[in-house]
Design a protein around this ligand. Structure first.
Ligand SMILES: NC(=O)c1ccc[n+]([C@@H]2O[C@H](COP(=O)([O-])OP(=O)(O)OC[C@H]3O[C@@H](n4cnc5c(N)ncnc54)[C@H](OP(=O)(O)O)[C@@H]3O)[C@@H](O)[C@H]2O)c1
Length: 337
């Protein structure tokens, strides 16, 4: 009898402590001030294709002025024409700059200075330029590791460095990093890509802590498979295991849908942006000590973490079994050859 009372008392104390802790967290949380894209200057790296282009369209539809950065000039001009169809007023401009965001930080700084002279200080920077190479760790060339780190990680560091000082001075701004679900969980075939996308989260967490007092909010987006030119290209050489794992965990999304969610989350100042139920679950599951920019985000994580950990373990086990099955099949077919 006495141990029942003891357990009940301990449970009560734990509940009250958790509640008080949540109240304390809520009191510390400064919610982001409202942010509007109407008349804002939005810079999108990788804005000539796929998710980046759809993000530019979404921002343009909300009245923003856009600067697109990418390397290929023809694709930039085609994207500009496409985006301009969605103008909501006749003052809006789409400005294109051809630059490799991963090569020379001074170059990136110079072109973003030009862009700001033309369209005003940057209100929102979306780092979407990126690429993926899949292959087994030992089969990937070391140059692939270097390239993916340069484009996906340094290609986000350089534009962010060029924009952040003015944002802090103006005490407003949004920075978006387009990571990937492969930046939340390492998957077969993605040893080079996952590492570069994980790096973005570390960068974003540290940066958010530095810039939050200046009313600058950072969002890391974790899309899953999205039907873009980049995805179609990647699929041509994707390993069977990688493809089966991806297909077993999430549907194929359209870039416009993904872009709408990323833009909405960035406007709201959410730290993590996920797509679909699977993405949402993965987000909570992998949130660790990630910043939470609203009480809703924090509460949801606290409540769901235990259950989702269990579901996450189920997924990890089923991914392992896909890899094992593929291996057995390959060994069998090698023996019969
Ligand atoms: N599609 C997916 O399934 C998926 C899933 C999760 C995450 N993501 C991430 O989402 C982002 C966009 O992917 P996506 O599928 O939309 O790709 P995409 O269709 O291939 O578009 C990539 C864009 O980035 C630009 N770019 C690439 N390297 C660049 C560089 N060094 N400097 C400047 N611009 C560069 C490309 O233009 P140029 O080639 O002309 O430079 C293009 O505009 C990437 O970061 C990707 O890793 C994609």
């Amino acid at each position: 009898m006495s141990w029942v009372v003891l357990v009940a008392a301990a449970g009560g104390v734990a509940l009250i402590s958790a509640f008080l802790m949540l109240l304390y967290i809520a009191s510390l949380m400064a919610s982001p001030k409202p942010f509007s894209l109407s008349g804002a200057h939005v810079v999108v790296t990788g804005g000539s294709s796929g998710i980046g282009k759809s993000i530019a369209v979404e921002c343009f539809k909300q009245g923003a002025f856009i600067t697109l950065l990418a390397r290929n000039e023809n694709r930039l001009l085609e994207a500009k024409k496409e985006i301009e169809k969605y103008a909501v007023n006749d003052k809006q401009v789409v400005h294109c700059i051809s630059v490799d965001v991963s090569k020379d930080s001074a170059d990136v700084e110079r072109v973003l200075k030009q862009a700001q002279e033309k369209l005003g200080p940057i209100d929102m920077l979306v780092n979407s330029a990126g690429m993926s190479v899949t292959g087994k760790f030992e089969d990937l060339d070391t140059s692939s590791f270097e390239k993916l780190m340069a484009v996906n990680y340094l290609g986000s560091v350089y534009p962010t460095r060029a924009a952040i000082t003015t944002m802090k001075e103006r005490r407003m701004g949004r920075i978006v990093f387009v990571s990937s679900q492969a930046g939340q969980v390492g998957l077969f075939g993605y040893s080079a890509y996952s590492a570069a996308k994980f790096a973005l989260r570390g960068l974003a967490e540290a940066l958010q802590m530095e810039v939050k007092p200046y009313n600058v909010y950072v969002t890391v987006a974790y899309p899953s498979d999205t039907e873009t030119p980049g995805f179609i290209e990647e699929n041509k050489t994707k390993l069977l295991e990688t493809r089966l794992i991806s297909e077993s965990s999430s549907p194929l999304y359209q870039p416009d849908y993904v872009a709408r969610i990323i833009v909405k989350d960035a406007i709201q100042g959410k730290f993590s942006s996920s797509i679909g139920t699977d993405g949402h679950m993965l987000n909570i599951l992998t949130s660790g000590m990630s910043p939470m920019n609203s009480l809703g985000e924090a509460l949801e994580t606290v409540i769901c973490m235990g259950l989702f950990r269990l579901i996450g373990q189920y997924y990890t086990a089923s991914f392992d079994s896909i890899v094992r099955r593929c291996m057995i099949q390959k060994e069998k077919s090698e023996k019969t050859d």
